[in-house]
Design a binder for this molecule. Structure first.
Ligand code: SF4
Length: 338
């Protein structure tokens, strides 16, 4: 396996107590695949990605478990070694291009910086040529002219392309894209997703696409991991998760998408209630308070992970226990009713 996360736990100490943001995440990322991490705000998606990059200082955060890449334990590496991996082996596209770009530096110099940190022997001339090539690759026209411009001179979509150029210039083997299309209009959103898909094919990198939008992952992801309250509640091949959502939260997420084949007068379904307080996570299932299929056991005992039929399709839900089959059948009949 290329990247393996095992029992990853991240908590943040605050004056009000300890926030358990990531609670025992197990994930595999295969070479060359696109894994989408989906879930609502605060479910632990970005914290997981930042932990893979070792961008969360510990202390004050408390991090335990394992993050292995090609057999190397990233959580145990000294910071000096981690600096060699960041940018070179793992690239990250951050959420907001305006705040992740330095407004005082020309964009060409910003993109070139990572390149020259990782390859000290590279001449300035060679580095500049690589920046031109990468700017062209991410669809920025006339790269030589753009090199000397500042971030504020670009539109939102173009700034996002600059951030992508920074993330891919060293041809990383793993690309973490954290909500790369937030705040972009739908046309630019489609262009940026198409660009990430092309780069994945061109560079052969694995991509972790973090989003709260199921629509975004439909055409991108090979596999999906659905996060809820700091845990992976369902994972599987993209097709299996879309066709046969096996956790009530995944089904609720899918039901709350606008669909062209629905009656236009029908109200858009929403997920009632709120996620649990991660200062004091519930002792049973985290979705218990909002779940239309909840059973008595769900509030008392944390659910186990069950296979849902297709290879690699698993759900963290009591409905898949053999004793719950009548309740599961009832839920399967109503899960798409919205
Ligand atoms: Fe719903 Fe119970 Fe499954 Fe949790 S374990 S999602 S409460 S059915």
């Amino acid at each position: 396996m290329f990247v393996e996360l095992r029992d990853l736990r991240v908590s943040f100490k605050t004056y009000g107590g300890s926030v358990r943001a990531v609670r025992g995440v197990n994930l595999d990322i295969e070479r060359g695949e696109c894994l989408a991490i989906v879930g609502e705000s605060g479910c632990g998606k970005s914290v997981t990605a930042n932990t893979i990059m070792r961008l969360i200082p510990s202390p004050p955060a408390e991090i335990s478990g394992s993050v292995r890449m090609d057999g190397t334990e990233l959580l145990a590496l000294p910071e000096k070694r981690m600096k060699e991996i960041r940018g070179k082996s793992i690239g990250m596209i951050f959420q907001d291009p305006m705040t992740s770009l330095d407004p005082t530096m020309r964009i060409g110099s910003q993109i070139m910086e990572g390149l020259r940190i990782h390859d000290k022997k590279m001449s300035r001339h060679e580095a500049e040529n690589m920046v031109y090539e990468t700017l062209g690759m991410v669809g920025i026209p006339n790269p030589r002219a753009q090199f000397k411009r500042y971030a504020y001179e670009f539109s939102g979509g173009m700034r996002q392309r600059v951030v992508i150029a920074m993330a891919v210039i060293c041809k990383p083997r793993l690309l973490l894209a954290d909500e790369p299309t937030t705040a972009l209009d739908v046309t630019t959103q489609a262009q940026i997703l198409g660009l990430i898909r092309d780069l994945k094919t061109h560079l052969g990198s694995s991509v972790v696409l973090i989003t709260h939008d199921m629509g975004v992952v439909a055409n991108m992801a090979d596999r999906i991991a659905v996060f809820y309250a700091g845990q992976v509640v369902e994972e599987g091949a993209s097709e299996d998760v879309f066709r046969n959502p096996s956790h009530p939260y995944t089904a609720a997420l899918l039901n709350s998408r606008p669909r062209l084949d629905r009656d236009r007068k029908q109200k858009l379904a929403t997920i009632g209630g709120a996620p649990p307080d991660l200062f004091a996570p519930p002792q049973g299932c985290g979705f218990f308070e909002r779940c239309p299929a909840a059973m008595e056991v769900c509030g008392d005992i944390p659910p186990s992970r069950y296979d849902c039929g297709a290879p690699g399709h698993r759900s963290l839900c009591w409905l898949h226990h053999e004793f719950a089959s009548p309740r599961r059948d009832e839920w399967l009949r109503m899960r798409f009713s919205g």
